[in-house]
Design a protein around this ligand. Sequence first.
Ligand code: PEP
Ligand code: MN
Length: 372
Amino acid sequence: MILVLSPDIRPDSPEYKQLLTHLANLPGISTRVHTEVGSEQTLTEVYLIGNTKALPVEDMQSLPCVDRVVRISEEYRVLGRHKNDNRATYFDYNGVRFGQDTLNVFAGLCAVDTLEHVELMMRALRDNGQICTRMGAYKPRTSPYSFQGHGKACLPYVFELAGKYGIKVIAMEITHESHLEEICEALYVTGNSTGIMLQIGTRNTQNFELLKIVGRQQELPVLIKRGFGITLDESLNAAEYLASEGNRKVVFGLRGMKTNMGDPHRNFVDFAHVPVVKRLTRMPVCIDPSHSVGLRATSPDGILDIMHATAQGIIAGANMVLVDFHPVPSKALVDGPQALLIKELPFFLEDVRIARQAYQQRVVLAERYADA
Ligand code: PEP
Ligand code: MN
């Protein structure tokens, strides 16, 4: 059970102390307090753990400071959508809103290779009105002999260039806790010229110790990818690990599933699950058409498969798109064959806008029929 307290409640107020004393005396119930400091208000939630079935909602509702009571199901306690649960489905980070009603595009390099390529990419993003990107510095690779990313060596110039071109958030995968420290250090040294969304890749979806470490910090938001060979429930529980440790700024990423039926694409595109994740949880949902499709094939209508898949995810309500671009894909050190060209960025963004408009029209249509 969650007690959502009135906004801006002060921990030293007599009512708050009275509430906690009352809860401490409930037999078989322990409490865990979560505070979310937002730009406009501070929200406090008290989680009641134990035999909460015996507690009548009306009684809890009448306790001091309590604004709302949510009875939660066992599944995805923090991130899940529960009955009568109208808690926020968005968070703000570095001036950008990520929610189940918003859409942000993160076009960029799968892996940072040269400073020149980073700059070409960021300039193109700025020229096309973009404020988010993806830049890989730590790359988990199938072969130990493949390029593993430049690591911390590239962070200073990536962050400085991001500041120069007005990039607010960079999605960047980490595979080890030391990477988190290196990123925080580089952000500090470069005067926090940009923001970072930490990415947990599909190979680490169930790296529980990494999830706990990333979840324990509440500064940087996290994009967690669906595990490519596990159930959706297992992946959503992995996301819950982050939130249970304290970080609720979590975006869930669909990136296709490993299956023999994935042919002729790199993975079997799973974007029909966008509405499923939005229904089961309050997380914004990201799609990664590049790692799903994995190649630059074009259908007879002149549209790349990657763009078709993007549109399919957006028309189903996706909230974020992570997509690989490269100034010279033949020179990319990772995933060149699936990179879109910088000259294709305006085409891509316009196609995104069309799909988003279609989604919004579908929502209006659904509302009209619901009222009828
Ligand atoms: C990536 O986004 O660069 C990546 C490696 O993705 P995934 O973990 O989905 O394979
Ligand atoms: Mn990649």
